[in-house]
Design a protein around this ligand. Structure first.
Ligand code: ZN
Length: 168
């Protein structure tokens, strides 16, 4: 991966050292696989390596357990919410959700622990729950970058949870 790889690792470390109750204090040694999202645990962090996953998914050589991202998704423990609303949003909904999905795919390549837990309608808004604060912010910023509008961040006490509002 060369120079690009360095940047990638820096970013991953940053994301995975946030104050997050789902991150273990101690890491297992060696490699592991998450059977739910195919993430691979290596060098004390989770990353995407689909080739490795495919090679070892049916083998006893590599332990399998849920990554912290999937545990949050299964427990439904969001650390970020993105709220989308407005006339422009309703009119361009499919297009905007595509922008969000593309950004989500990129975010997952950086750090597979960043996941969208669910997406639903509530009080005339579309709500997206995410496993990390970073992902909700990142998705909100991507929509703002593409379409402008109003973007607001609200952190809970202790910065454990962020609510991101975008409307246009
Ligand atoms: Zn997983």
């Amino acid at each position: 991966m060369g120079r690009k790889g360095r940047k990638w690792i820096t970013e991953t470390q940053e994301f995975q050292t946030t104050d997050d109750p789902y991150l273990p204090k101690k890491y297992p040694s060696g490699e592991a696989i998450c059977p739910r999202c195919h993430a691979v645990f290596r060098d004390k962090r989770w990353l995407i390596d689909e080739e490795f996953y495919q090679e070892f998914k049916d083998s006893d050589l590599v332990p399998k357990f849920l990554c912290p991202g999937c545990r949050k998704a299964v427990d439904r423990y969001p650390m970020g919410y993105l709220y989308l609303s407005g006339e422009f949003f309703e009119k361009h909904r499919d297009e905007i959700l595509r922008v969000i999905n593309n950004e989500y795919e990129r975010a997952r390549q950086n750090n597979p622990l960043q996941q969208i837990i669910s997406m639903y309608e509530e009080d005339g808004r579309t709500v997206i729950e995410t496993t990390t604060e970073n992902l909700a912010q990142r998705l909100g910023r991507a929509v703002y970058k593409a379409y402008k509008g109003d973007l607001t961040f609200k952190w809970s006490e202790g910065n454990k949870l962020v609510r991101v509002y975008w409307q246009r």
